[in-house]
Design a protein around this ligand. Sequence first.
Ligand SMILES: CC(C)(COP(=O)(O)OP(=O)(O)OC[C@H]1O[C@@H](n2cnc3c(N)ncnc32)[C@H](O)[C@@H]1O)[C@@H](O)C(=O)NCCC(=O)NCCS
Ligand SMILES: Nc1ncnc2c1ncn2[C@@H]1O[C@H](COP(=O)(O)OP(=O)(O)OP(=O)(O)O)[C@@H](O)[C@H]1O
Length: 286
Amino acid sequence: MPAALALGLLVRRTARPPSLPGGSLAHSRRRPLVVGLTGGFASGKSTVREIFRSLGAAVVDADAVARELSEPQGPVWRAVVAAFGPDVLAADGRLDRARLRRRILLDPDARRRLDAVTHPVILSEMRRRLARLSRDAPGRGAGRAVSPAVVVEVPLLFEAGEAALDLVDAVVTVWADEPTCIRRARERGLSDQEAALAIRAQWPLERKRRLADWVIDNSGSLLVTRRQVERIWRVLGSRCASPWWLTTSRSRRWSSSPAPFGRFSSGASWWRLARPARWWRRRRGS
Ligand SMILES: CC(C)(COP(=O)(O)OP(=O)(O)OC[C@H]1O[C@@H](n2cnc3c(N)ncnc32)[C@H](O)[C@@H]1O)[C@@H](O)C(=O)NCCC(=O)NCCS
Ligand SMILES: Nc1ncnc2c1ncn2[C@@H]1O[C@H](COP(=O)(O)OP(=O)(O)OP(=O)(O)O)[C@@H](O)[C@H]1O
């Protein structure tokens, strides 16, 4: 082996990864990869999350965390009541979710206010849960591979900005064409108008698609979607087994061009999954 290569490998194996902005995640050099799962309204994020789960991924769901913290007297409940007053409460003291949803869909200022008070609380809880998962990763410290990845479903991953993007190493965007999203929302009991408003309340899905590391096209059958998820899961598994993965962190890997539509951006080059911090900032501003 040429001396320069040997030295390079030695440095990679011994270098302490720079700390991650997420702070508490940084303690484990062998932490699992954190994959952010996002997409548009009713594009199929939860469906894809459940496929990842069935393949063995640990999953964290920001909507579920938000709901837990929205229980009466919970931190999100308190923040929302402080920002909007008791009008947003139902007779039983719980948040009237349907009323709040209509309000934020019709009023962008109210939506910004809601996001401003809820996102920091939700993200800090997500950070805590990810740190716990990282600590509890099976096989850690025993010279074995850790579980390949934790999949975190964050519908507003890009909208929430750097604080949310800092939690993840790579992004999967779930895409479906707008008529399909509206039809699926209708099947869940939403009016077309409400679905269209919910879609407009988020970044255009096209933009989320452009900025993703991987795009899952969920406009077809569940089987076709499952195949795409399986391919990503296989790449994550092989990536995790690599010594490179054990010693590198996001800020040491190089960036690549955005994902082409409907297929892997990274193929066998799994180290292209993650981006330097500056790249994330450019992403945020684009
Ligand atoms: C507005 C609320 C009460 C509506 O509750 P509801 O039960 O009707 O919907 P649910 O929580 O299941 O959300 C469904 C979908 O709505 C969309 N959505 C939710 N909040 C927002 C928002 N602030 N802006 C745009 N879209 C949103 C997302 O696509 C989400 O997946 C609820 O979503 C909420 O408390 N939102 C604030 C917390 C938040 O931002 N959660 C997302 C975490 S990234
Ligand atoms: N490939 C598919 N074929 C048929 N139905 C699907 C497919 N993917 C998702 N669905 C259905 O479409 C609806 C929306 O999917 P899902 O709940 O996964 O979307 P979501 O992006 O998580 O939604 P939200 O934005 O509300 O959180 C669900 O009823 C789901 O069962």
